[in-house]
Design a protein around this ligand. Structure first.
Ligand code: PSV
Ligand code: MN
Length: 429
């Protein structure tokens, strides 16, 4: 087994701040005990939490206008895995990566799996890309993929998905996420009705080929790249399609794929009750599908989502959820962004575990809006960083991952080996 970051290097850094952490942890332990909360129980749950990192997230992203490459950035899936391993060695909650095909295509997937395993990295849900064309071939997804009016183009899009499943089987993944950019830019361009029925028809062909122990995740999005209408525009459409496909078809909620002010936590609750919540793509946004770092703009929303998840889990209503990050890092070192994002996600999960749901229900039944709101606010305002840091320390990860990462000079070292693509071509990833 290789170590992207030497354990001793992490240990030496941890040693310097371990006693400060213990002080903070014990203080919080006493505080929470007064509220009958067992801090160790929360810490044990945190130690088991996992969120997958997107392979495309470790490369520098771009906008429609330009892309500004960072130094020492990865050029292929193997170098991406190395970066993901650095993140996981420091934070410990990102043991798996979520690959995108054909972006991450290689000639030998067994070799890729072994390479990743040598860094203790596994593969989470695989993603299929039918929102751009491959270099070869005449057929184009310009006017749609799984919903295209042309049967041969639909067949090609189905094949891209089946290829992704086959790659995923070798990589020991257990699921496929399907997002299509299909839609129309102008009224009249596509038939809402025909394109949706073609989507269901194509998805049925993919669903039939899904291994028995796999799930398929349907991701909706209201606009972009199509700006007038998209085929799978909202959670309602996604739910209808998932229901039509069968038990192993579930809905995936990307936090940026909602119109402004949408109550995402309520959507999460609805999907749980309908037994169709499958997974998340975590990110944050100010305006649209901004793909900013999770918790960087609206951490309270992220907390309220975990509040729904933890409440449902207490009631035994929550199935296995695939937690994934889906972000584009245009101005930061993607490794640093992913370290912080994973921590924001874990922090919000920890905060939600502070909520006493029996008490909340009492307030709800007594129509006491102030007390109910205060209960949630108190949990959100509690500094749980000592719990998540202690979980990292006990799992042999870094108490302060950003500090350890910076002292590694990782990207500077990589820049001497990796070739930086100087081009400024655009492309949102
Ligand atoms: C589309 O905006 C999306 O959220 C889908 O999950 C894609 O797979 C991913 O972004 C690609 O960057
Ligand atoms: Mn997404």
């Amino acid at each position: 087994m290789f170590k992207a970051v030497e354990k001793d290097f992490i240990k030496t850094h941890n040693k310097k701040i371990e006693s400060d952490l213990k002080f903070d942890y014990e203080y919080l332990e006493k505080k929470l005990r007064k509220e009958n909360i067992d801090i160790n129980e929360i810490k044990e749950k945190i130690k088991k939490f996992q969120v997958a990192v997107p392979t495309w997230g470790v490369g520098t992203g771009g906008t429609r206008f330009a892309r500004f490459p960072g130094i020492g950035e990865p050029n292929n899936i193997f170098e991406k895995i190395e970066d993901c391993a650095v993140i996981n060695d420091l934070v410990g909650v990102t043991e798996k990566v979520s690959p995108h095909f054909p972006w991450d295509n290689v000639s030998d997937f067994k070799e890729l799996k072994e390479f990743a395993y040598s860094y203790s990295i596994g593969f989470d849900v695989v993603n299929s890309n039918t929102f751009q064309d491959s270099a070869e071939g005449e057929l184009s997804f310009k006017y749609g993929s799984l919903t295209n009016a042309n049967q041969s183009i639909r067949d090609l899009a189905i094949k891209v998905n089946l290829d992704a499943i086959n790659a995923g089987i070798t990589l020991e993944s257990k699921g496929l996420t399907v997002w299509v950019g299909d839609g129309g830019n102008f009224p009249g361009q596509i038939s809402f009705s025909n394109s949706l029925s073609r989507y269901i028809d194509s998805m049925k062909k993919i669903y039939t080929e899904l291994p028995q122990d796999w799930n398929i995740y349907l991701e909706h999005k209201p606009y972009e790249p199509a700006f007038y209408s998209t085929v799978i525009s909202d959670w309602g459409t996604s739910y209808i399609c998932a229901k039509e496909l069968g038990e192993r078809a579930l809905c995936l909620v990307d936090l940026g794929h909602h119109l402004p002010n949408t109550n995402i936590e309520m959507i999460v609750s609805r999907l749980i009750d309908l037994n169709k919540l499958g997974g998340f793509h975590f990110n944050d946004s100010k305006f649209g599908d901004d793909d900013l770092d999770a918790g960087s703009i609206n951490p309270y929303e992220l907390f309220l989502i975990f509040n729904e998840l933890s409440s449902a889990s207490k009631k035994g209503k929550l199935n296995q959820i695939s937690y994934m990050i889906d972000q584009s890092h245009n101005v930061t070192d993607p490794i640093e962004s992913l370290i912080l994002s994973s921590n924001e996600i874990v922090n919000c999960y920890a905060k939600s575990l502070l909520v006493n749901y029996n008490v909340l229900e009492e307030y709800q039944n007594k129509d006491d809006a102030i007390k109910a709101m205060q209960l949630l606010k108190n949990a959100f305002n509690t500094d749980v960083s000592s719990i998540t840091a202690m979980a990292r320390l006990e799992n042999s990860n870094a108490i302060n991952p950003i500090q350890v990462y910076r002292s590694l000079n990782y990207k500077q070292t990589k820049s001497k080996i990796r070739v930086t693509n100087k081009g400024s071509s655009s492309g949102i990833v």
